[in-house]
Design a protein around this ligand. Structure first.
Ligand SMILES: Nc1ncnc2c1ncn2[C@@H]1O[C@H](COP(=O)(O)O)[C@@H](O)[C@H]1OP(=O)(O)O
Ligand SMILES: [Mg+2]
Ligand SMILES: [Mg+2]
Ligand SMILES: [Mg+2]
Length: 318
């Protein structure tokens, strides 16, 4: 009888906030993906260099405006942190059809994990990377590009969407909800015969090369984007993502971490510690101690021991 009243109460309340946020993320990502494809098709990318090897395009700016305006409209009390901070990207006066109010019905049907059912707007921070893999985007390597929307509760990334705008020319949304599962793709295990690691394409340097060399014998794949590299793990093309350097920010890892963790994998810094996704990190969003992510079947603690050994060896030789 008690369960019956719980069910009636839940139905009266509607889907939990975290599920609504994830459902919005999927719907908004589809629109932002279309915006990115349209910019690419027009051909005028409007490239700006924000720093050293740190590009931004019209697609980054417009996708961010669409995503942030849509979230602010539906969830005015949720904290939102997005990558692009210039005036144009922050202009939320967007065309009416960029304000997405749809909620993906498949996600709304999910059973929200008990621990997330009572979450309120003030506990939530959404970390948004409107276009991850900008460097690759400007070079026409469109398969590396993703849109990342990470739903975080207090410190933790609990739900997220990795959206590939150029997947089969129409795009697809891969999502995860920690404690519930993943969807939008087929989760695959990496090969058992050899270890495959995925790392940066555009931010490679001597120090990273030396670090990676310590991981031999293994295969190294170099591709762009944090979202894309986590997809390599999720789709069984790599055992781990290795980025032993500062450079990625919280918006690069929030969504990938949530999807990967929902699948049973792990993403931490070089010491095996989780990054915090609370809104306080907006002032200093840098993932200072690198990014190390592992597949569900690959023991993260053991991998981090291997990483620690490589670091010690490198320090001794320096
Ligand atoms: N040094 C850096 N400066 C700016 N962004 C970086 C840097 N290193 C990594 N990133 C961000 O992390 C993503 C993954 O890095 P990499 O491809 O080098 O492994 C990049 O696509 C970029 O995101 P974005 O493209 O959204 O600016
Ligand atoms: Mg960028
Ligand atoms: Mg990024
Ligand atoms: Mg970006």
């Amino acid at each position: 009888m008690h369960n019956f009243f719980c069910l009636v109460y839940k139905m009266a309340q509607g889907p939990a906030l975290v599920c609504r946020l994830l459902a919005s993320s999927v719907s908004v990502a589809h629109k932002a993906g279309k915006i990115i494809r349209d910019v690419m098709q027009k051909g005028d990318l409007g490239i700006i260099d924000k720093g050293e090897n740190d590009l931004q395009t019209e697609a980054d700016r417009s996708a961010q405006r669409c995503i942030v305006a849509s979230f602010k409209n539906l969830y005015p009390n949720v904290n939102i942190v997005a990558e692009e901070v210039d005036k144009i990207s922050q202009n939320l006066d967007v065309p009416a059809d960029w304000l997405i109010t749809d909620l993906d019905p498949k996600i709304l049907d999910l059973e929200c994990p008990k621990s997330l059912q009572g979450v309120t707007e003030d506990q939530v921070t959404i970390w948004i990377d409107p276009l991850d893999g900008t460097s690759e985007f400007t070079k026409g390597l469109i398969d590396h590009v993703t849109i990342l929307i990470g739903v975080c509760v207090n410190d933790e990334a609990v739900a997220g969407v990795i959206y590939q705008p150029f997947w089969q020319n129409r795009g697809r949304a891969l999502w995860g909800l920690v404690g519930s599962g993943v969807g939008g793709f087929e989760l695959k295990e990496p090969p058992q015969t050899k270890k495959v690691y995925v790392t940066t394409r555009s931010h490679y340097d001597k120090a990273i090369e030396k670090f990676i060399d310590g991981l031999k014998p293994c295969e190294i794949i170099r591709v762009g984007g944090a979202g894309n590299k986590v997809l390599y793990i999720l789709e069984g093309k790599a055992h781990a993502y290795v980025y032993p350097s500062a450079g990625c920010k919280r918006w690069d890892t929030a969504a990938p971490e949530a999807v990967l963790r929902a699948a049973g994998g792990e993403l931490t810094d070089v010491y095996g510690n989780k990054y915090s996704y609370s809104k306080e990190n907006e002032k200093d969003p840098l993932n200072k101690y690198g990014v190390f992510a592992t597949a569900p079947s690959y023991n993260h603690t053991e991998f981090m021991k291997l990483i620690s050994d490589i670091q010690s060896k490198n320090e001794k030789n320096d």
